[in-house]
Design a protein around this ligand. Structure first.
Ligand SMILES: [Zn+2]
Ligand SMILES: [Zn+2]
Length: 184
């Protein structure tokens, strides 16, 4: 474990949320927001309406800016987002989860909690100078974010789809150059 459990969980959820904006957009229906919420083990208020979906969609470029910012800019953004979310960090223990931070109350709108949690997670990355854990996918045509929590920092692609596509392309390139050699 590199960071605290809640920090890692928040980073994963935030990256997934940002990446849902990649074409084809995978956050266009309330059911898709339900799935994201469930998958990442969120608790607390869910409105389940169109306004909430729209608020989460609108949060994606904000989180993208935060997660891709240079360290000094990220620090400024964290401060601004925490102020905007009126964050008052509190340690909580509930639903079998050990002590972790709630930056805003569980009855606050989901977008406000997601924003505040992302900012709190970035505090850890900034303080530990670990922003290199976040990058943009190495696939030329993909702008997906990559969260690399691996010990050897080996992750370069946002998804197995991108990793596989590039592995196939690299294989074909090797084959093609091998063929040219034989032709000489
Ligand atoms: Zn909690
Ligand atoms: Zn990708």
């Amino acid at each position: 474990m590199l960071f605290a459990d809640d920090t890692e969980a928040t980073l994963k959820a935030s990256v997934d949320l940002v990446n849902s904006a990649e074409e084809p957009d995978t956050l266009t229906a309330i059911a898709e927001l339900d799935a994201w919420y469930e998958h990442h083990g969120y608790t607390g208020r869910r409105d389940g309406d169109a306004a909430e979906l729209e608020a989460l969609r609108a949060l994606r470029p904000v989180l993208r800016e935060l997660l891709t910012a240079e360290r000094d800019d990220a620090a400024e953004l964290v401060n601004a987002l925490l102020a905007e979310a009126e964050a008052v960090p509190q340690l909580k223990r509930h639903d079998g989860l050990d002590w972790h931070i709630h930056a805003v109350p569980p009855d606050a709108p989901l977008e406000r909690r997601v924003m505040a949690e992302a900012a709190m997670a970035m505090i850890d990355l900034i303080r530990l100078d670990e922003l290199s854990r976040l990058s943009v996918c190495a696939d030329e045509r993909c702008n997906g974010l990559v969260l690399d929590l691996s010990r050897n920092r080996s992750r370069r692609y946002c998804s197995t789809a991108c990793a596989n596509r590039n592995a196939v392309a690299a294989y074909r390139a090797r084959r093609a150059s091998g063929g040219a050699d034989r032709g000489r």
